[in-house]
Design a protein around this ligand. Structure first.
Ligand SMILES: Cc1cc2nc3c(=O)[nH]c(=O)nc-3n(C[C@H](O)[C@H](O)[C@H](O)COP(=O)(O)O)c2cc1C
Length: 225
């Protein structure tokens, strides 16, 4: 079993978000998974230009690291997303990849593959829970069932961080158990289902222009010709 963590902090080894993510991965490792951290800042990722080529053909005009990252996600059983709070949101480095994944959301590329995910965030003082929620939303749009998240404001001090690290460790263990036992998460599954209906209908109503996405859903047996 493989769990990957994708971290959006540019602070490399000193990143507190990385520490929290590492706690999730350590918990997963102890429960029997192989783990890997991917530092989004080390990848070559161009900004989305909004050309919509991927909607029409399934291919991006850029030959960079986005395609290999989605392949890694396809190979993984569990996915952890992490970002520090930068001006009430995720870092630009992570958002650049999130935007480039628009075709994957419209197709919900990882839907129905039994994948589970979770999210972590640290802030100076505010909005870490909102970022956790947003990252779990991104996970959902890939078609992955979100099982929870941990966010902590560093201003709350070392005790709060230690508590978050402990919760993150438990979250990693829970992620592995969810995968092993194909555990049901009614709330997370309902979120996936809601987005599925939304994207399917969106693609259907744009079928004349978003041919790739339309064919993708059709092959899944979900969209009427
Ligand atoms: C450019 C920038 C913007 C930030 N914006 C916020 C913010 O809006 N709210 C907040 O609470 N903390 C903010 N912070 C603080 C970081 O979220 C905080 O230091 C976080 O723990 C850093 O995580 P990292 O060590 O993983 O990089 C900001 C930090 C930077 C460098």
């Amino acid at each position: 079993m493989k769990i990957i963590g994708i971290n959006g902090s540019p602070r490399k080894k000193v990143s507190t978000t990385l520490k929290l993510m590492q706690a999730v991965l350590d918990g997963a490792k102890e429960a029997g998974a192989k783990t890997e951290v991917i530092d989004i800042c080390k990848l070559n990722i161009n900004f989305c230009t909004g050309c919509l080529s991927c909607f029409e053909t399934g291919e991006c005009v850029y030959d960079d690291d986005v395609a290999s990252l989605i392949e890694k996600m396809k190979m993984a059983d569990g996915i952890v997303l992490g970002s520090p709070v930068y001006i009430d949101s995720v870092t630009a480095q992570l958002k650049r990849w999130i935007d480039r994944s628009a075709n994957s959301y419209h197709c919900m590329t990882l839907l129905g593959l039994g994948k589970y995910g979770c999210a972590v965030s640290t802030s100076g003082g505010f909005k870490e829970q909102e970022v956790v929620e947003y990252l779990n939303h991104v996970i959902t749009d890939f078609g992955v069932v979100p099982i929870g998240g941990v966010g902590v404001a560093m201003a709350k001090g070392p005790e709060a961080f230690a508590d978050a690290m402990s919760k993150a460790h438990d979250l990693g263990r829970d992620l592995v158990l969810a995968i092993k036992k194909e555990k049901r998460f009614p709330e997370g599954e309902a979120r996936v289902q809601e987005r599925k209906e939304l994207f399917k209908n969106l693609v259907n109503s744009n079928k004349d222009i978003w041919q790739f996405q339309y064919e993708f859903w059709k092959e899944r047996g979900e969209t009427k010709p």
